[in-house]
Design a protein around this ligand. Sequence first.
Ligand SMILES: *Cc1c(COP(=O)(O)O)cnc(C)c1O
Length: 389
Amino acid sequence: MTKIPSLDLRRGGAELDEELVAAFRRVLESGRYVLGPEVEGFEAECAAYVGTKHAIGVSSGTDALLVALMALDVGPGDEVICPTYTFFATAGAIWRLGATPVFVDSRPRCFAFDPEAVAMRITKETKAIVAVHLFGQCAAMDRLRAVAGEVPVVEDAAQALGASWQGSRAGAMGALGCFSFFPSKNLGGFGDGGLVTTDDDALAARVRRLRVHGAEPKYFHAEVGGNFRLDALQAALLRVKLPRLDEAVRRRRAHARAYTEAFVERGVGAVAGGATCSPRCAGRGTAQEARVLLPPACDPGHTYNQYVVRIPGRRDAVREALAERGIGSAVYYPRPLHLQECFASLGHAPGDFPVAERLAEESLALPIFPELTAEERARVVDAVSEAVS
Ligand SMILES: *Cc1c(COP(=O)(O)O)cnc(C)c1O
């Protein structure tokens, strides 16, 4: 039986090859390989897409977070609130600046961190809050901004280019938005790349300066930055893909809708009701009997960078059963950040954030790349349903 990978970056690529090769040739012949007109053109297109005044191309999503926090003057003695259930870079960027990541737990249904828990962790040391738009769904930004008050909110939108919350685009709702063009993200590049968005002129100027070692003008350094520059080649290739992003997101949404329908119909899955972050976030099916807990769309702006289900008690067995049938899956994330060895000095112990710890044991990401076929999707549903029955 043919394999179904959890992600296939080459599929559907052939139709773009000609344009990508042309973009490559354009950069090759320009003799301009770092920043320059290709990056500026890409930045203008991204700013228009996200709906912010500024978009600044950087070297990766990780560096986008780092430079955004640097622009907010985050440093030793500061606390920065972030979820414990997220990709490592969210907290890694905070730690590298000498600040303390203050973790908060997640909501069990939608995996997003809980704005009410954020409210309880704000102190006079809180310098920023990093909201993660996990798996392509925005955090509850309306509620978060309300609890944050004067504290700036940085959006870690690495997984959520194209997403929106109550009609506002990811990256346009906080003080700064941070994106990644790692190949598996909604807009995947051909190597590493990232972007910082903001409406604030002063923050934008600061990010641009920090991107080139804090130099302004060149060779004169008012502060220490880094090499956070984006390659011209990466920008040129991403400019070919950006106009196709909405169509790719549309396909992701269609896959998610079809997965949810199919699991509910077969009586194995349900979208749990209960505490909601949005009035739209209604349950589906009977959660009590469900063996597969399906991800809710708390807002139609969800982009499903991942379709992550929860399988209490037998996630690993299901993952193995899928692998036996040649179906790829992934665990995001097997260990929450408060239990990572590198953060041991923060003194956390198992049980500190029970929801995140449970999600780490139960979550499984099913294949949902845009080019997945309906037949493949049906095979995934069959395999999961049989494995849990
Ligand atoms: C991918 C990712 C990052 C880091 O982006 P890179 O481009 O890989 O450095 C940061 N935060 C989250 C939530 C991510 O998923």
